[in-house]
Design a protein around this ligand. Structure first.
Ligand SMILES: [Zn+2]
Length: 137
């Protein structure tokens, strides 16, 4: 394998292409480009590839916002009205603010588990070239 699983994980967590290491994989804050703008690698050919991003957001918001706020309310460190307010606003802010991180996690889990299928990891794979360049003869 030309690109190891560790390298793929690093590239994906930095929102770079796991195949060619190009940046710019985000189309918007909430969406990936359907394919890499450089090498054309299709991100998740199946429908709903990034659906699990929302689930990751729920779990992260629960762990870093809701549970600590509940503990602080039970210990009378926070008044209940503030705990309720933080419990409502906090998860929304975390889910929106960290959405690209969750997308990178989904990319990483997909491509690390299918590392052998990456074009750059195929036997005799040519080095990735920019999409607009002409193939050599
Ligand atoms: Zn690429």
């Amino acid at each position: 394998m030309n690109i190891t699983r560790g390298e793929i994980a690093k590239r994906c967590l930095l929102l770079r292409c796991p195949n060619c290491n190009a940046g710019g994989q985000l189309r918007t804050w909430f969406r990936l480009h359907p394919q890499c703008p450089e090498c054309g690698l299709v991100h998740g050919s199946e429908e709903g590839f990034t659906f699990s991003t929302t689930s990751i957001g729920y779990v992260v918001a629960l762990l870093i916002v809701v549970l600590p706020v509940c503990v602080l309310a039970v210990l009378d460190v926070l008044p209940v009205w503030l705990a309720v307010l933080l419990g409502i606003i906090g998860p929304i802010a975390v889910s929106i603010g960290l959405y690209p991180l969750f997308l990178s996690w989904v990319l990483m889990t997909h491509y690390v588990s299918t590392a052998e299928a990456l074009p750059a990891n195929q036997p005799n794979a040519p080095p990735p070239r920019p999409r607009n360049s002409k193939p050599s003869k």
